[in-house]
Design a protein around this ligand. Sequence first.
Ligand code: G4F
Length: 345
Amino acid sequence: MKTALIIGISGQDGSYLAEYLLEAGYAVHGLVRRASMFNRSRIDHLRLATAEHQDRLFLHYGDLVDVTSLRRTLKKIAPHEVYHLAGQSHVGLSFEIPEVTCQENGMATLGLIEILRDLDSPVRLYNASSSEIFGAPPASPQNEETSMNPVNPYGCAKAFGTQLCRVYRQSYGLFVCNGIAYNHESPRRGENFVTRKISLGAARIKLGQQTVLELGNLDARRDWGYAPEYVNAMWLMLQAETPRDYVLATGGTCSIRDFAIAAFDELRLGLRFEGRGVDEIGRRTDTGEVVVRVAARYFRPAESLELVGDASLVRQTLGWTPKITGSGLARLMAKADFELLAADL
Ligand code: G4F
């Protein structure tokens, strides 16, 4: 039986990956942080005594920045594969807490690969890199050869971790792969990311629980895919003969405005935008009531305006092709959130 360690198992990607690996027959270990409130809602269904693979799922307290405990856990588990998905992942927030962001996404990655270098048996590592390493890219779409040019502390930290993984692969022969993932979303996304904020907002407005949704820059465009499809690519990368980096993307973009229109439309809420910049508002077309307002506080000091990935390499090498994109994703998330909230009523 193969053994995997997921660092960041309680997050969106970690929870989908745990499901995927358990289904594939793995013993799955997850590193969880101690917190004053339990934050395991995304994996609770896997831990139930009645859950099908519950006897192959193990959680360990630890922290990415506590290198000693991480080393001890890795020695004890001796995993075949490690998926490094943890760290402060909010780009806007990285301007507020740059040092924690760099510690968790930069230095902690170095700490992890240093441990892996010392282990007795070889381990395969997936490192969650990000499209944010490109920031203001010299060309679009971006691929594995595009130079890094991050525009926020989060992107800088990810660029540091990504390059160190490359250096350790070249210098010490470690099996380390960077997944340069573009935005990937789902109904398990945290509400401080714009897609979930929109899908939950639309569902609450539909149910009369909210009247106004405040958003920032509606013109920003993202290459949005569906998170469960991305965890499949993570696994495929570690099954390959040779380790390398791959861009994981859909190859298309959608603006925040169009994502919102699709989400609202799924719930039969017509939305028409008027004005520009912070004067812009979205009106419900049936009642004229304002339901979306652009608020300056959600704008960032610098914005990665148009990131779009060229995923030809992963498609040709590993046969991975994402199917759900932009507006289809908005519809899927709005529907899921409406059903979730309606069931609670
Ligand atoms: O949803 P976001 O916060 O995601 P962002 O910044 O693209 O980062 C996500 O994807 C990256 C690439 O995979 C990851 F590396 C990263 O960890 C994270 O998962 O913002 C998306 C866009 C931005 O342009 C932002 O300015 O939406 C714009 N936006 C507009 N209004 C908003 C809002 N973002 C947030 N979070 N909240 C708003 O109200």
